[in-house]
Design a protein around this ligand. Structure first.
Ligand code: MCA
Ligand code: AMP
Length: 507
């Protein structure tokens, strides 16, 4: 039996024939039959470019239907899809190419020159282009390629994708996701969220992360549903499209922005059957305000790059604000004490660990990191602090890891601190997350200047430009005389968070 995830998709896609799979507002897009055909052509083009089964294909392109067809093509021919944030700088990209050693780097047409330079520095043999308007070298090659109709046989534990996630210390780690990981999770979500062929998903998330790529696209494919593909979140466009959608998957910032608009009403959302939220905590306040305004209780779920989705509030039954629901079918969750690793009783807060077919098989070429986080008994240490309530719902109450989540994007303070500390004028720095009305948490740098140094907020921000992707750059930089430390010398970030808690939300 072929365990290639594409084998399952192909059967669904064939059955759906001329039905819409993916469309844009401009009326472009692909029916299921067209998507099957183009994915075979793109697979042919990949093979022509020297990609063989098991090879990584690194992709940093703008969101487009063709980018999803490239993902499908990669699955079809047994490649390993490696999507990269479009905001990453060349310096950041170089690391991923060096680490993953892809056979091919697919970039935007406008970036080809820079990408070729980065690829050759990193030892990647070939760069090609894919544009957002069905353009680029790869599309030209696909149109004239011999379609690769067959589906490469894969084991369930073979890699389907690698997604990089930053580490709390050191460099980013590539989470290795298998055909089983992705397939089992998509199947669970289709069932739990009741996806059918009649669904039309409003897709406004980026497609280089688990949420927009796997949760959204794999679920649509598995259900034979359709999706409206929007390049990004645009409030006016979402408002305009809600009457024609049935579901939307979102990060909390989507909902706080929608709530600020008076056009959001129960009439506007009358055709919608499901709004989901994840990637960052949805406040009970936003959950309640949305329900009051629209009559829809947002369904909050919880996941990670390493695990896909772990838990979900129920489709039928109570969706409790401020909770992430219960483990998905096939997924086990436990809360343990940090030091002793003892399983804690209901109601007590500890570290959340999860196990199941959704859990990745390790970090790419980092066996030590894998051993630290993926235990021998199969449980993965999420680094999130959680507790079970008396109804069995899980509450994520904080993080044991030093991580800021801004608008659904993870930012690892260590990475930002290291760059700020490179400035001659800086003695030391600490990066924290502070409550932010739009992004949930705002990345904030607390800096101690060298004595007599001429430095201000603008100078720090200027230094970071080009060195770090835009979303990682602090929204504010504040200066203090010294960082508070405990007796062990560890910076007391809690104290800093408290001191600057009103930075973005003045009383
Ligand atoms: C954009 N900017 C940001 C962010 N997004 N800054 C901090 N945090 C962000 N998330 C920058 C822009 O570059 C811009 O900078 C300025 O902030 C304001 O941009 P704006 O136009 O307001 O932003 P936007 O384009 O509307 O984007 C906001 C957004 C977007 C819609 C919230 O960030 C987004 O789509 N987030 C979703 C992330 C996501 O899919 N996460 C899933 C990870 P300037 O003006 O200076 O250039 S997967 C995951 O976490 C797990 C598995 C899970 O459970 O899902
Ligand atoms: P990532 O590494 O991008 O996959 O981010 C995963 C992290 O996002 C988790 O470990 C959580 O800290 C956070 N997260 C995802 N969904 C939720 C949620 N519904 N509530 C709270 N935190 C969440």
């Amino acid at each position: 039996m072929n365990h290639n995830l594409f084998d399952i998709f192909e059967k669904r896609m064939r059955a759906r024939g001329d039905a819409d799979f993916i469309t844009t507002r401009e009326g472009q897009g692909y029916s299921y039959a067209e998507a099957l055909d183009m994915s075979a052509r793109l697979a042919g083009a990949l093979i022509g470019l020297g990609v063989t089964p098991g090879d990584r294909v690194a992709v940093q392109v703008d969101k487009s239907p063709e980018a999803i067809l490239l993902y499908l093509a990669c699955l079809r021919m047994g490649g390993v899809y490696l999507p990269l944030n479009t905001g990453y700088t060349a310096e950041e990209i170089r690391y991923f190419l060096e680490n993953a050693e892809p056979a091919l780097f697919v970039c935007r047409p406008a970036n080809l020159e820079e990408a070729q330079k980065t690829a050759s520095q990193a030892g990647c043999p070939r760069a090609t282009t894919l544009g957002a308007d069905s353009d680029g070298e790869l599309m030209d090659l696909a149109r004239s390629a011999t379609p690769r109709e067959s589906i490469e046989p894969r084991d369930a534990d073979d890699l389907a994708a690698i997604l990089y996630t930053s580490g709390t210390t050191g460099r980013s780690k590539g989470a290795m996701l298998t055909h089983r990981n992705l397939g089992s999770n998509a199947e669970a979500l289709v069932n739990v969220w009741r996806f059918t062929e009649s669904d039309r998903l409003i897709h406004a998330l980026p497609i280089f992360h688990t949420h927009g790529l796997f949760v959204a696209c794999n679920v649509v494919l598995m259900a034979g549903a359709s999706m409206l593909f929007l390049p990004r979140f645009d409030l006016d466009i979402i408002i305009d499209e809600l009457p024609r959608g049935t579901t939307m998957m979102a990060v909390p910032t989507f909902y706080t922005r929608l709530l600020q608009d008076e056009r959001l009403t129960s009439e506007l959302t009358a055709n919608m059957r499901l709004f989901t939220s994840g990637s960052a905590p949805l406040t009970a306040e936003t959950h309640q305000a949305f329900e009051q305004r629209t009559g829809h209780a947002i369904l909050e779920r919880y996941g990670m790059t390493e695990t896909n989705m772990n838990t979900s509030n129920p489709y039928e039954g109570e969706r409790i604000a401020g909770t992430v629901g219960m483990p998905l079918p096939g997924v086990e969750a436990r809360v343990v004490e940090r030091e002793t690793r003892e399983i804690l009783p209901q109601g007590e807060i500890g570290i959340l660990e999860v196990r199941g077919p959704n859990v990745f098989i390790g970090y790419w070429r980092m066996p030590d990191k894998t051993r630290e986080e993926l235990l021998e008994d199969g449980f993965f240490i999420t680094g999130d602090l959680a507790m079970f309530d008396e109804k069995g719902y899980i509450h994520i109450v904080g993080r044991d890891k030093d991580l800021v989540i801004s608008g659904g994007y993870n930012v690892y303070p260590k990475e930002i601190e290291q760059v700020i500390d490179e400035m001659d004028e800086v003695a030391e720095s600490a990066v924290i997350g502070v409550a932010h009305p739009d992004f949930g948490e705002g990345v904030t740098a607390v800096v101690v200047a060298q004595p007599e140094a001429q430095i201000d907020e603008a100078k720090v921000l200027d230094f970071l430009t080009g060195r770090l992707a835009r979303y990682k750059q602090p929204k504010r930089v504040v200066f203090i005389d010294s960082l508070p430390r405990n007796t062990m010398g560890k910076v007391q970030k809690n104290q800093l968070r408290e001191r600057f808690q009103d930075l973005y939300t003045p009383a």
